[in-house]
Ligand binder design. Structure first.
Ligand SMILES: C[S@@+](CC[C@H](N)C(=O)[O-])C[C@H]1O[C@@H](n2cnc3c(N)ncnc32)[C@H](O)[C@@H]1O
Length: 332
């Protein structure tokens, strides 16, 4: 058994991102306790789990218990796969029902008694305990360092535009499409979504209607070492003309929300409707689109009119005047 700790700000989107990666890996979510996911998968899933954007960490789940006593009892029977020194670290989730204050010391003593050495300042292995409805203990295998994502936030890129999603969210959009080979962002802006996809090894295709964005997105992709890209100046409502005969494995995009410059003079809702139709035309059957729309636009109804099937819908309040939904659609 494995576990994933997802991030708390978009929890349903984070869970579905994990689910999408597990579908590619041949695993599944076997249970959920708030932000803790129990995962039925083996080592073969690691390359897919390493792609996650909205996750804090994943690891090996070794003990599950209903009480502290049961946890300690079971921990005595576990062959702890600890390399070098260890430390016990507790995650008290908002739904924690147990008194875990003294648990690191008690569990540390159980593991120490098996011959492992504690090192509180620089442990080689982190034993993680999660407290929710139940208690879980395991070993951290991968921590998704926020610094890694922060280093790709808009203001760190050579071509800077403030209208960019957080890199973790861009990464999740890519993963929600279940892309394995390639992805298209037909309104790529500064290329934030394509950067995350390119870093996963996908071939990236991008379109923007403004020449400075096409140049800027290329600058950003090259800065982060991405070379397998094809960027075009053009109109997202005319994708079949831009890519004659081409069908894409996946599309992810974040259309402009309404300033006149980013809408390039078009009426917002009309642009969204045409873009949805145009994307539908260039997607392979059975493939997915991940897209953001402001809450004032009914993305679900409009996409269904075009033929898409809704797979997921996630609400986010960005600030007082911007509420949006992220949608995942499938072309049947
Ligand atoms: C919100 S931005 C995308 C930001 C991007 N996701 C990022 O992370 O940098 C939307 C982009 O859509 C572009 N755009 C507007 N109308 C378009 C159209 N008809 N075809 C293609 N691009 C368009 C704008 O120039 C703008 O760069």
């Amino acid at each position: 058994m494995l576990y994933i700790e997802i991030l708390g700000n978009l929890p349903e989107m984070a869970r579905d991102e994990a689910k999408a990666m597990l579908e590619l890996a041949g695993g599944r979510i076997a249970g959920q306790d708030y932000l803790f996911l129990k995962i039925d998968a083996d080592e073969g899933a690691f390359p897919y789990l390493n792609r996650l954007g909205l996750a804090h960490e994943y690891g090996m789940l070794l003990v599950e218990a209903n009480s502290i006593e049961e946890l300690l009892q079971k921990a005595r029977d576990v062959d702890w796969p600890i390399k070098g020194t260890f430390k016990v670290d507790t995650e008290t989730m908002a739904n924690c029902r147990h008194d875990v204050l003294d648990l690191p010391r008690k569990l540390g003593a159980v593991i120490h008694a098996k011959g492992f050495r504690v090192n509180l300042s620089k442990p080689d292995t982190l034993v993680r305990v999660y407290c929710g409805e139940k208690l879980y203990a395991g070993i951290r295998l991968r921590f998704f360092d926020p610094k890694d994502f922060e280093s790709r936030k808009a203001h760190h890129r050579p071509f800077f535009r403030p209208i960019s999603l957080h890199p973790r969210v861009s990464r999740a959009l890519v993963n929600l499409t279940k892309a394995k080979r390639e992805i298209l962002d037909p309104m790529m802006g500064a290329g934030g979504i394509l950067m995350e996809a390119g870093l996963l090894g996908l071939k990236v295709y991008g379109v923007d209607i403004r020449p400075e964005m096409v140049e800027g997105a290329e600058m950003n992709l090259r800065h982060y070492g991405i070379r397998d890209y094809e960027l075009k100046l053009g109109d997202a409502t005319k994708l079949e003309e831009l890519f004659p005969g081409k069908k894409f494995e996946a599309v992810a995009t974040d259309p402009p929300y309404g300033t006149s410059a980013t809408l390039a003079g078009r009426k917002r809702d009309e642009l969204y409707e045409k873009v949805l139709e145009s994307i539908y035309g260039v997607l392979e059957e059975g493939s997915r689109l991940a897209i953001a729309f402001p809450a004032s636009f009914d993305g679900e109804a409009e996409a269904e009119k075009v033929g898409f099937k809704l797979v997921g819908k996630y609400y986010q309040r960005v600030h007082k005047s911007l509420e949006r939904y992220f949608y995942v659609f499938e072309k049947p």
